[in-house]
Structure formats: C-alpha cells, structure tokens
Write a protein that binds this ligand. Structure first.
Ligand code: EPU
Length: 300
C-alpha cells in the first residue's frame, strides 16, 4: 500500500527520534527476530497517541511492544514501525487501596512497590516477566492468580489515537485473554488491592519465586509458556509425558526444566524457534490427540 507520508516526516512532526538498524532479537526476551526498519520510544501517552494517529493515517500498521516477554518474531524484515512503550512508566502511584501505573512499568517493579506499601493481591505475579501493558493485555497469570483479579480500570489509545478510560471487571477477561483488541494500545492500568501485612506478603512473594525457580528454566532466554493449557490439563505436562523435553531445531530447544518453554541456547534463529513450535504441536497432536494453541504472540 502506498504511504502518504514518510516515517521520517511523521517523526519530525511528532518531535520523536527514529531509530534504525535494530532487530527484533533486541526487543524480545527469547532473543530472536529479524530486522526492523524503524523504532520509536515515546515517553508520554500524548506523544504515543499523536504518533499512532499520524502513522495510521498515513497508511502504516505500527506494532507496539511492551516487555517483549511473550513474543516470538520471525525472520522479518518488519517494514512497519515498531513502538516500544517501556518509556511510559509513570507510577506506581498509590491512592488508598488503588495503584495506578503506566503501561511501561515492569510488573516486577509494581509487585515490589505494592508489597512494600502493605498492599496484597499481586503476589501471584512475582517472576512474571513483562510490563503492565503487556500483562494486562494478555491477562497473564501464575500460581492461582491472574491480572483480571486485580485490574479495575484501563486506559487505552483507540484506533484514532484517542485516550479512553474503561472500567473493567474480572468477568470481562478470560484465560490469557482481555477485552482489548490489537488496535487498542493499553497505556495505563489501575489495580485494586487489599491492605495486608507487608512481611507476610514478602514471604508469599519469596515462596512464589522459589516455586518458579524449581519448575521453570531460570536465567535462560525464553518467551515464557509457548502454549495455552488445554482445558483441564497442562501443556508442559503433555509435552513432558511424550518425552519431548530437550528436542531441538538448530539453536532452539524444548526446556529440560519445563515442557512448555522453548529456550534459545544462544544461536537460535527465528526460523528455528518457529519450526520447533510447529514440531512440538504436531508431535503432541499425533501422540495425544490434543491440538495445542499458542499463548505467545507470533509475528510471522
Ligand atoms: N508438569 C510436568 N512436566 C513439565 C511441566 C509441568 O509434568 O515439564 C506438570 C507439573 O508437575 C504439574 C503440572 O504439570 O503437575 C502443572 O505444571 P506447572 O505448575 O508448572 O503449571 P503449568 O500449567 O505448566 C501454568 C502457567 C504458567 C505459570 C504456572 C504456575 C499456562 C500456559 N502456564 O503452567 O504461566 O507460571 O502455571 O502457576 O497457563 C506463562 O503463561 O507464560 C506461564 C509460564
């Protein structure tokens, strides 16, 4: 599709720097992904809104990345602009039992700040990588909790770049799914927590961290769980029961610690990771009849 204006002209008008010569490997926790043509790092909701509006009006399809913790990017090249939201990190701001945070705030930072304030409800999130925006968008969860248990208000930039506030309830979300679409960009969330003893919360957080270290690959490059759990079962257990832990394509392997993780052993290419995802899916379908569905976002 013909573009009505260059990305450079839009960057100038929005007074934002445009970065070139990057690859998606730099912006994803699994560390694979092809070349990207242009990258923006807005640091306010206003500048992100203006940028989105102008890029879309000119015919671009910008892609937005939070922490890149649940994303597998293919070989690319990715010609449309990439927008990193990590710079929009106001907060956490406490208002009694509520806490407000910008989309780019690392979830880890939010959990720590809430515990220190003696506010409970987010301990389940200890060790979940990523940012407020990304984890609310995918309704990330762990150890019996998920973001929808605590998120009560979300501000999004809609398709036209206008900021809209939406009150949300747990029932608006489903397993790893929020009511927001790819055209919405979450820019801020408000969570409702409960007063609790800070020391008890700290202990719970430590317990969760310990459990995670024992059951998931610590310190390795991964995109978190690759597949959603099928109803009533665990994708990791299924992969494990079929003896698929450790199988590899090139530099990508199914983790020996947890069957639902694919790790980059250092030299994985995007095609290695994508081929391994397909291989695991087909082996699980043949071996157990279950059709696994990806939890990670995949950019082909
Ligand atoms: N299991 C195995 N082998 C494995 C992995 C798991 O036998 O390789 C067994 C475990 O022993 C356990 C059961 O399967 O009996 C469930 O395992 P686990 O507690 O590790 O939980 P999970 O269902 O595999 C889910 C989430 C994780 C979250 C954990 C902990 C999904 C897809 N995964 O995994 O979330 O951290 O529970 O609550 O919902 C993520 O979403 O990226 C993620 C990692």
């Amino acid at each position: 599709m013909a573009r009505e204006e260059t990305v450079e002209a839009i960057a100038d008008r929005c007074d934002l720097a445009i970065e070139k010569h990057h690859s998606m490997a730099e912006f994803t926790s699994i560390g694979v992904g092809g070349e990207v043509k242009s990258v923006f790092r807005p640091d306010s909701i206003d500048s992100l809104g203006r940028l989105l509006k102008d890029l879309r009006k000119a015919g671009y399809r910008p892609r937005v990345i939070g922490g890149g913790a649940n994303l597998v990017a293919g070989p690319g090249p990715f010609l449309d602009p990439i927008i990193l939201t990590r710079g929009i990190r106001h907060g956490p701001l406490f208002e009694q039992e509520r806490v407000r945070a910008g989309c780019g705030v690392a979830l880890k930072r939010l959990v720590r700040a809430c515990v220190a304030q003696g506010l409970g409800g987010l301990e389940f999130a200890e060790g979940i990588p990523g940012t407020v925006g990304g984890t609310v968008f995918m309704n990330a969860g762990s150890y019996g909790g998920q973001m929808s248990d605590v998120v009560r208000e979300v501000s999004v930039l809609d398709e036209s770049g206008t900021c809209r506030r939406r009150i949300v309830a747990a029932q608006d979300f489903a397993y790893r799914q929020s009511p927001f679409t790819r055209d919405d960009v979450i820019v801020e969330a408000v969570f409702e927590l409960q007063r609790a003893d800070a020391r008890r919360l700290e202990e719970q957080v430590k317990k969760n961290a310990q459990r995670r270290i024992q059951s998931q690959p610590p310190g390795e490059r991964s995109a978190g769980c690759i597949f959603k759990n099928p109803p009533g079962d665990s994708a990791g257990r299924l992969v494990d029961a079929l003896g698929l832990k450790g199988i590899s394509v090139g530099g990508a392997s199914v983790s020996k610690a947890h069957g639902n993780f694919i790790v980059n052993r250092g030299d994985a290419t995007p095609s290695d990771v994508l081929a391994l995802i397909d291989l695991v899916k087909s082996k699980v379908r043949e071996g157990s009849g279950v059709v696994l569905e990806e939890e990670v976002d995949i950019w082909r």
